[in-house]
Design a protein around this ligand. Structure first.
Ligand SMILES: Cc1cc2nc3c(=O)[nH]c(=O)nc-3n(C[C@H](O)[C@H](O)[C@H](O)COP(=O)(O)OP(=O)(O)OC[C@H]3O[C@@H](n4cnc5c(N)ncnc54)[C@H](O)[C@@H]3O)c2cc1C
Length: 424
């Protein structure tokens, strides 16, 4: 167990479990509100989902993954072993309730409700994330250059129009581009794209791992105590001072506990009787440090379901959604398949020194994060389940958790993010 020597209250106001981007953003916000904070992680330096993501500040992603009619496309994708969607059939029995709820999330009424809740979070992302970037000295790795979605066929572009129009209703700014405009916008792309959609409010960062490292250092500098250990369960038997119980048996106590353990959060919620549907939606990418192409902004390849982001550390080509649980080893053939697509659409890209990676998106079936107090133990607060948008919504989640910790009323209605939605 690692402990700092500076003066620190025996029982901190807040224990944050999980030092990914979400947990650290919660710790950062709580400290700035004047709370004493202990952060617990099983491995502060180890790889985590927040290190290897695509780096997109994807504020325009305000519709759930489960869209009407996706099931038929999904069936087709599942037939391709290295396609955009994969399921390890051994994982199916465990994941079945998740998939059933996923299907429900695509019905028209629910789709609309979820979209409004996502748009509410996304609409305040920059108000929360820019001050955090400023405070940790990250502004020179923050690129507000928009993003470009590209289409190989007019049919796919036309098929997506209802969703784009609905996004416009939600406040998303976008404009359609012709083939020539796409070429002008990103000249390194292969000349095969018939249409594009430019998303001016999207941004990207230079290196997600560097951001986590800077934020962790800043949180420590602001006075947080760091405890290394895997949390096995929560123990609320002392209502005033609940504890996080480590595998070693050590109890880390605080007046309030924030659970921000990403894709690993369901077990901790269960340990106090809260049910949640959470699965790992495993994603893959390859980072090309010597790429040799000129890309200015993130590009989303609409039909192939992958993205390319020009990070400071190289072009990162990634995507895929693989459901195989938390323990199955990575299948890096998926990174290879994505790289093959990248080479096709970014001709001449150099793959020497390529680094492959897999991470666990903490996915709820309705694409909404879990943010709010436990209905069972009011001193436990949840901040997990951000799926594809954990980087984007990190600082906003931190700000909302700070509101909850201090009993301040939040600027947005938090009901849609409550864990109790999984018990209905
Ligand atoms: C391929 C890919 C691309 C992505 N692209 C984007 C993107 O462009 N934009 C975006 O916004 N999001 C993106 N995401 C999603 C984003 O990366 C995640 O939503 C986000 O990183 C989740 O952060 P987190 O802090 O909740 O979880 P994590 O980063 O996984 O952190 C969880 C932490 O909890 C710790 N932990 C877990 N269990 C325990 C325990 N029992 N005891 C102690 N510690 C524990 C872990 O060690 C870890 O440090 C992408 C994800 C993937 C996989």
């Amino acid at each position: 167990m690692t402990q700092e020597t500076r003066h620190f209250p025996e029982t901190p106001d807040v224990v944050v479990i999980g030092a990914g981007i979400v947990g650290l953003a919660c710790a950062w916000s709580a400290i700035r509100d004047g709370a004493s904070v202990t952060v617990v992680d099983r491995d502060f330096e180890g790889d985590r989902t927040s290190y290897g993501n695509a780096g997109g500040i994807a504020v325009t992603e305000s519709t759930p993954i489960s869209v009407h009619g996706l099931y038929w496309k999904a069936m087709k994708w599942l037939c391709d072993p290295l396609g955009p969607l994969a399921l390890d059939w051994k994982h199916l029995p465990a994941a079945l309730p998740w998939f059933m709820e996923f299907q429900r999330a695509g019905n028209r009424t629910r789709f609309r409700e979820i979209s409004l809740a996502l748009a509410n979070l996304n609409s305040r992302v920059y108000d929360d994330i820019v001050p955090m970037f400023q405070d940790v000295g990250y502004m020179n790795h923050f690129y507000q250059r928009g993003a470009l979605t590209v289409y190989e066929t007019d049919e796919a572009f036309a098929a997506d129009q209802p969703e784009w129009n609905f996004k416009r209703e939600l406040g998303v700014r976008w404009r359609a581009m012709s083939a020539d405009e796409v070429r002008e916008c990103e000249p390194s792309l292969a000349h095969v794209f018939r249409k594009g959609v430019f998303l001016e409010d999207w941004a990207h960062i230079g290196d997600p791992k560097l951001l986590v490292t800077r934020l962790r250092d800043r949180v420590r500098q602001l006075g947080a105590q760091f405890v290394t250990g895997a949390v096995r369960a929560l123990d609320p038997s002392d209502a005033l001072v609940p504890a996080a119980v480590l595998e070693s048996g050590v109890r880390v106590k605080g007046r309030q506990i924030v659970v921000a353990t990403g894709a690993w959060s369901a077990e901790l919620a269960q340990s106090i009787g809260d049910r949640v549907l959470l699965d790992s939606e495993r994603g893959y990418n390859t980072t090309l440090p010597s790429h040799g192409v000129n890309l200015s902004r993130e590009v989303i390849f609409a039909e192939r379901k992958f993205v390319a982001t020009p990070l400071d550390i190289g072009v990162r080509i990634g995507g895929a959604a693989e459901f195989a649980g938390l323990k199955a080893p990575p299948n890096y053939k998926r990174s290879d398949a994505l790289l093959t697509l990248g080479k096709k659409f970014l001709p001449g890209i150099n793959d020497s020194g390529a680094v492959k990676w897999m991470g666990h998106r903490p996915a709820t079936p309705d694409s909404l994060p879990v943010i709010g107090r436990s209905p069972k133990v009011s001193s436990v607060i949840y901040a997990f389940g951000h799926g594809h948008l954990g980087l984007t919504q990190s600082a906003t989640t931190g700000a909302l958790i700070a509101d909850i910790l201090t009993e301040r009323s939040s600027k947005i209605d938090l009901t849609p993010y409550a864990i109790s939605r999984f018990s209905k």
